[in-house]
Design a protein around this ligand. Sequence first.
Ligand code: SAH
Ligand code: SF4
Length: 393
Amino acid sequence: MTEPTSPITQDVLTLPRKLPEGGKVNLVGLTRDQLRDALIAAGTPEKQAKMRVGQVWQWIYHWGVRDFGAMTNLAKDYRALLDRHFEIALPEVVTCQVSMDGTRKYLLRIAGGHEVEAVYIPEENRGTLCISSQVGCTLTCSFCHTGTQKLVRNLTAGEIVGQVMVARDDLGEWPVPGEPKDETRLISNVVLMGMGEPLYNFENVRDAMQVVMDNEGLTLSRRRITLSTSGVVPEIARTAEEIGCLLAISFHATTDAVRDKLVPVNKKWNIKTLLDALRDYPRLSNSERITFEYVMLKGVNDSDDDARRLVRLIQGIPAKINLIPFNEWPGSPYKRSDWERIEAFADIVYKAGYAAPIRTPRGEDIMAACGQLKSATERARKSKAEIDAETGL
Ligand code: SAH
Ligand code: SF4
């Protein structure tokens, strides 16, 4: 039995301590401190740095401007200096597919020619953008399409923030100067539930969320951001302390034997270790409950006994249980539980005092539903032997 692969080291630096020779530094995704360092390195006098950060920040994240020439409250010389050293670059949209239900899936190309996906899910009173944190995934959850794809690399903070900006471009959500501010937000929520394990790319995810949560610019509140993890225990407390967003756990099973197969990282941090970490989760309260995601797999984890074990296990943790009907993908080894089974399971959980919404699959016709994401052109695949070794199937 092999150990789940450890996180790769961050191979892409996002912090331009020194400006690179030749190439321009992308300003998207730098935190305010990093932006300050970058502006100073390019020749901005230290005394002016704070003001310049504020101005440039507002142009990029409030107005959505991509061209330094359009930053009209900056002197022409300074705009030219910025243009010599920097760029405001986003992932390239390769395709945008629109589902019958209005869900929009973006296939995005990033440096190195790699591809990731982001999905926009409009609902009646909110709009959720599901973003990716890695190209592929080191983990091999046996029910997840992304899990069959090798980890290619971590996304940079700029590529993570860039997904939000690309979706805003597509939805036309930037304010127009001189026009009254539109208070309805098309992207009201962000979930880190796309490709990859966000806690194996902690620093970049944290920096990106800092930019997204900044109270000027994209201004999403920390309570409108949910990070989903398969259970990387050592990073869980840090998530509360350094990001402060809401947490979702891909739980999916009520015994270690089954969870080892579904979510192989369980062999490293088992159910008890995971639940102990969650009981200590610093922000835990009734208003900031942890979401337990539970994918409903026919005959695998969907019995009444499972439902009863689940509520016993999470006793004492302010929680809601999100039941996810399994979304099939080409070659997937499981079937979705029958609807009556899902409802019976939900009923047991609900009667034990937990909210147990059943997640409506969205964008299935364009393979945009949970767990269906995988960049089709990414050729590096895990071999069957690798997957079998990790899942023990
Ligand atoms: N790596 C992180 C975040 C991405 S997965 C994590 O595992 O939490 C987002 C959610 O979709 C997880 O709860 C995951 O378990 C679930 N999921 C994966 N494959 C699925 C599938 N085929 N059908 C339904 N949900 C799936
Ligand atoms: Fe990776 Fe999450 Fe898919 Fe598991 S469910 S393989 S952790 S993306």
